[in-house]
Write a protein that binds this ligand. Structure first.
Ligand SMILES: Cc1cc2nc3c(=O)[nH]c(=O)nc-3n(C[C@H](O)[C@H](O)[C@H](O)COP(=O)(O)OP(=O)(O)OC[C@H]3O[C@@H](n4cnc5c(N)ncnc54)[C@H](O)[C@@H]3O)c2cc1C
Length: 286
């Protein structure tokens, strides 16, 4: 199908972009890489008479090192994150998550902000970013606000973005001392297909003793899940009884549903397999 005509508006600042979005309300959407939006518009699943081109705003495509972490601009592409030496050295789990997305053509074009704002329930990056307690900066008519990424996802394809707001960047705090993290995805159809589910795990240790376990998951509910209630693992070893308790907690906090990549039953089973596998992988690296 051909795309219906639209006006491409090219603001020079976040304030101008926000004004345009507010002025045209439901008739306008921001466009970043366009990899999702253009497909949806070509399929005529959606139509917006006005697209607000974020690429015309300077400064949104940088990765900056800060004392307590890194800040990734909304327009940084998946491929740039995947290949960034800074990200690979300090946050390998984040580089790994971005490297698994779709194919190189998609990763060369699609942006970090577009990925998160699309809020598909199967996205690869959110588990790794949630694991590290990332925050997002949003800019809108009231100025800037910063919220935890876990509060950004409010439902299937729904986010905390309000009218006229744009996602500006993601701040990833430094990994806890003595920690290692891993991201595993399960593709039920083909290797470069959207994941059936994704599991990110972080274990931190002090003098060989477990201090903390964090788990974050995607594809297993309408929004990505940060697993709560894992504090009990402190000073434990990951033996069968501890693993069973962890898997029970995960099972209670997910709400998978049937789609092309599996039934609820299958996804619950695969969640157990991949959480176990992620923890085993971290333990084998220790
Ligand atoms: C073939 C294919 C395979 C894919 N496979 C995967 C996969 O395996 N795993 C995965 O995680 N993802 C996958 N994706 C999704 C891909 O990561 C998204 O297409 C991409 O993240 C969207 O980024 P974009 O910059 O192109 O956004 P766009 O298409 O430009 O925009 C997407 C949405 O986000 C909004 N938006 C964009 N930027 C902002 C912003 N800064 N602030 C507010 N709103 C904004 C737009 O208005 C639109 O609603 C796949 C996509 C394709 C096309």
């Amino acid at each position: 199908m051909t795309i219906r005509s639209f006006d491409l508006l090219q603001p020079r600042s976040l304030a101008e972009a926000s004004d345009l979005l507010l002025k045209h309300r439901d008739e306008a959407r921001p466009i970043a890489g366009g990899t999702t939006l253009v497909i949806l518009m070509k399929q005529r699943a959606v139509h917006y008479p006005y697209l607000v081109d974020l690429q015309s705003i300077p400064g949104l495509n940088r990765i900056a090192k800060e004392v307590d972490g890194i800040r990734i601009g909304a327009l940084v592409t998946h491929r740039t994150v995947e290949l960034s030496r800074l990200v690979r050295n300090s946050f390998p789990v984040v580089a790994e998550a971005f490297s698994t997305i779709g194919n190189v053509r998609v990763r060369e074009t699609a942006s970090v902000g577009g990925n998160l704002a699309h809020a598909d329930y199967r996205l690869d990056p959110p588990p790794a970013l949630l694991l590290l307690k990332s925050e997002v900066t949003l800019f809108g008519p009231g100025g800037s606000r910063v919220i935890p990424l876990k509060d950004f996802f409010t439902g299937m394809y729904e986010t905390a973005l309000e009218a006229g707001e744009i996602l500006v960047d993601v701040k990833i705090p430094n990994m806890p001392t003595g920690s290692k993290a891993v991201y595993l995805r399960h593709s039920a159809l083909s290797a470069n297909d959207w994941p059936c589910l994704g599991v990110a795990a972080l274990v931190s240790k002090e003098n060989g003793r477990v201090r903390e376990l964090r788990l974050a998951l995607s594809g297993l509910a309408a929004t990505p899940v940060s697993v709560d209630g894992l504090e009990f693992v402190r000073d434990c070893s990951f033996d069968d009884s501890v693993l069973d308790r962890i898997l029970g907690i995960v099972d209670e906090q997910i709400a998978p549903f049937y789609d092309l990549r599996g039934s609820e039953w299958y996804k619950r089973r695969m969640a157990r397999v991949f959480v176990r596998r992620a923890i085993a992988q971290l333990e084998s690296q220790a």
